[in-house]
Design a protein. Sequence first.
Length: 344
Amino acid sequence: MSAQGRKSPLRASQGTTRTTTLRSIPSQPDRSDIRQATAQDYATHLRASNNKHGRPYTEKSVRSYVEAVRALDQWMSREGLEGDFLSVGTDTLNLFFRAYFQAHSQGGTNSTQRNLRPFFMWLEEEHDHTNPYRDKKLQRYAPPSAGKPKTLSQEFIRDLLKATGNGSPKVREFEKVRDHAIIRVLTEGLRAEELLSLRLDSLDLEQGLAQVVPLKDARATGEGRIIPLQPKTVVALSRYIRARETHKMADLDWLWLGTRNRGHLTYSGLYRMVNRRAKEAGYEGCHPHQFRHTATDDLLSAGVSGEDVMTIQGWKDPAMLRRYASDMAVSRAVKVAKKLGDRY
């Protein structure tokens, strides 16, 4: 084919007068198409911006904010509202949140209301749209009363470890060896996504340490907090790394690999694994974050100072320590008091 007959992959042919755009919108779009395009622009803005703390938005935050915008878009479509997002005022938002509340929990409505706030701040800045969140007539949905976190019992964790082979060297099945190591690492108090973000070079098993880059900090700095690992956790990780060498994706940097030769383990995979192992052990299930509450109680019960617990857990606000410590506070206080014996 001649040079004149070939079409450049970089631009339209010279006979085309249509200009290119970043996104494709139908020639006669309905309002939902325009709203969806606005949501895409908003997602791009978030990924290119920093949050109020001066740090890049995590992808999880971006998804949460955009999902709230899409929920509003879907409701507007169901209600037959023809306007774009710039037509949304206080009255429309009040109707949306009331409908959302009827179909979801109070906590879910509160979260959606909070997640939509940055969107309307963006509309205010980019399009001079009157921000309904500044209107006192906007009906606010309070968060549900904060219940105490459920600290896992020692019996539960022991039974869970037994369900994954209890660290026996005779267990060679990749999935069991991996799951046992994961549960061991969860008992160290890592957040679920911190655990999933571990790489092979995050571990120093000779020193019994792991380096965790907090999700809310800039990853580009390479900084992170140091987690001291229990001896049995070190052994479980050593056995897993040996089993990991047989995995088809062993050349990946990620520490945790999926079963059936899948790559990087995801959060949904972690959640399903923990609940499956809990049911095998005879329990209804649990949430991976409950291990973080349990680790806090373990450290405080062992006499570790609150300041050191905050360092290990990656907290800067003492309020977080008080929240996580409240579940078993009475139990710890009673044990300490009993150790004193007769005081008079």
